[in-house]
Design a binder for this molecule. Structure first.
Ligand code: KIV
Ligand code: NA
Length: 273
């Protein structure tokens, strides 16, 4: 059954979130019993083959989130607002968030950052009944401005910025926040200070929940090994081996077999000769 926000906020065990991008991904996540599915804009990297999340459009997110929802009708689903869709003013952000909710059946949206501009957007959306998950620490959409894809919150200024950002997101009405690539002790401090659940990725064990990119945990997306992810399967390798076996069997005339073929009556065939 789909969990409500109060239920997600009161889980006795760590909250489990994974990403999904399509119908089978949604089905697998729901069957595995995760608490939250995130249709992440990591879509751009692990599914669409871009080298950042910046090119991902609202249309891409909606297209994929609709497929996820068909596969996972009974799981709380959060959809990332992609780069540029909440940065041009509160009205635009509101309109785009409403579109995502209406077109995909999302239960909430997620956005990166805690600048005054973003906080205003968070406040407006939550006041208008759109649940918002925040995201601080490493923020891939604007990583270039953060000095690349690197750990945040290690020095005094950056740690303070991350802590204050998370607190401000809660004050503006966010119901949860992702902490990405920050030191474990900082994540622990933030988790203690906040009432809302923190969901960590590369943020240590003391967050209220964890999230992984499914294509990382399944070994489907095989970029460089990521310190923040753990591979629980090698589906990429399994896929290559299966396709190579198929190719060899076709070339060796071992596939298809009788079991894969259809039969017809001899007399029908005779008439064709
Ligand atoms: O896009 C994504 O997959 C994310 C998670 C890593 C939190 O934002
Ligand atoms: Na994201």
């Amino acid at each position: 059954m789909k969990r409500s926000i109060p239920e997600l906020q009161a889980l006795a065990q760590p909250l489990v979130m994974v990403t999904a991008y399509d119908y089978p991904g949604g089905r697998h996540a729901e069957a595995a019993g995760v608490d939250v599915i995130l249709v992440g804009d990591s879509l751009g990297n692990v599914v669409l083959g871009y080298d950042s999340t910046a090119p991902v459009t609202l249309g891409d997110m909606i297209h994929h989130a609709r497929a996820v929802r068909r596969g996972a009708p009974d799981t709380f689903m959060v959809v990332d607002l992609p780069f540029g869709t909440y940065h041009t003013g509160v009205q635009d952000a509101m309109r785009n968030a409403v579109r995502v909710i209406q077109d995909t059946g999302a239960d909430a949206i997620k956005m990166e950052g805690a600048t005054p501009e973003i906080l205003e957007v968070v406040q407006t959306l939550t006041r208008n009944g759109i649940p918002v998950m925040g995201h601080v620490g490493l923020m891939p959409q604007t990583a270039t401005a953060q000095g690349g894809l690197r750990v945040q919150g290690k020095d005094d200024a950056s740690a303070r910025l991350t802590l204050e950002g998370a607190l401000a997101l809660e004050a503006m009405g966010a119901f949860s926040v992702v902490l990405e690539a920050i030191p474990a002790r900082l994540a622990r401090l933030i988790s203690e200070r906040l009432a809302m659940p923190t969901i960590g990725i590369g943020a240590g064990l003391h967050c209220d929940g964890q999230v992984l990119v499914t294509h990382d945990l399944l070994g489907i997306y095989e970029g460089e090994e990521k310190k923040i992810a753990k591979r629980y399967a090698e589906l990429g390798r399994a896929a290559r081996e299966a396709i190579a076996t198929y190719a060899a069997e076709v070339r060796g005339r071992q596939f298809p077999t009788k079991e894969n073929a259809f039969v017809m009556k001899d007399d029908v065939l005779d008439k064709l000769y």
